[in-house]
Design a protein around this ligand. Structure first.
Ligand code: GAR
Length: 188
């Protein structure tokens, strides 16, 4: 199974997937990485791992449609079968959804449907809930609304800072995402 990863920032989830592939905990291959951000550290990770990448900034295209179509074409050219959003901070629209029907997944740092959007960790922290967690889900046309594949919950201890919570969430993500990807490959 050829994976296409999409990320906008640091790329620690991408790194966890790269590491799981090299340890053969994921039986697929990473065909390519797509980013929308020229300053994303994930580009450095792609270079170090020798993985081809595409930088596709929306402003370099005429409109959203052509931006997404170019990404979809690139992913198809690389033979991608499953698109894995890993900290990709833009909404995926119809051109990509149509190009990869039911084959785009995302990781979100909260227990969806609670705290969708850009800052799932901060929003849960500010709301002072006692439980939050991580969700892996299929991507549909909504914002963090697609069918849930897996969730792992976490109790927020009273003395935790926001940074403590971030660290715990990321540790769960880095374990959970590779496991779920491998399950999807096995069930394919
Ligand atoms: C991750 O926590 C991921 O769940 C989140 O962005 C972070 C990216 O970190 N994604 C979303 O909030 C999507 N709505 P990373 O670049 O270090 O993998």
């Amino acid at each position: 199974m050829k994976l296409g990863l999409m990320a906008s920032g640091n790329g620690t989830n991408v790194q966890a997937i790269i590491d799981a592939v090299s340890k053969q905990e994921i039986s697929g291959q990473i065909a390519c990485i797509v980013t929308d951000n020229p300053n994303a550290y994930v580009i450095e990770r792609a270079r170090k791992a020798g993985i081809p990448y595409l930088l596709a900034q929306p402003k370099a295209y005429n409109n959203r449609q052509t931006w997404e179509e170019s990404i979809a074409n690139y992913l198809h050219q690389q033979g991608v079968e499953l698109v894995v959003l890993a900290g990709f901070m833009r909404i995926v629209g119809q051109p990509l959804l149509d190009a990869f029907p039911n084959r785009i997944i995302n990781i979100h740092p909260a227990l969806l449907p609670a705290f969708p959007g850009r800052d799932g960790i901060g929003d849960a922290y500010k709301a002072k809930v006692s439980q939050t967690g991580v969700t892996v889900h299929f991507v549909d046309e909504g914002i963090d609304t697609g069918e849930i594949i897996a969730q792992e919950s976490l109790t927020i201890e009273e003395d935790w800072t926001l940074e403590d919570l971030e660290n715990h969430i990321h540790a769960i993500e880095h374990e959970l995402y590779p496991k779920v990807i491998e399950q999807l490959i096995q069930n394919h």
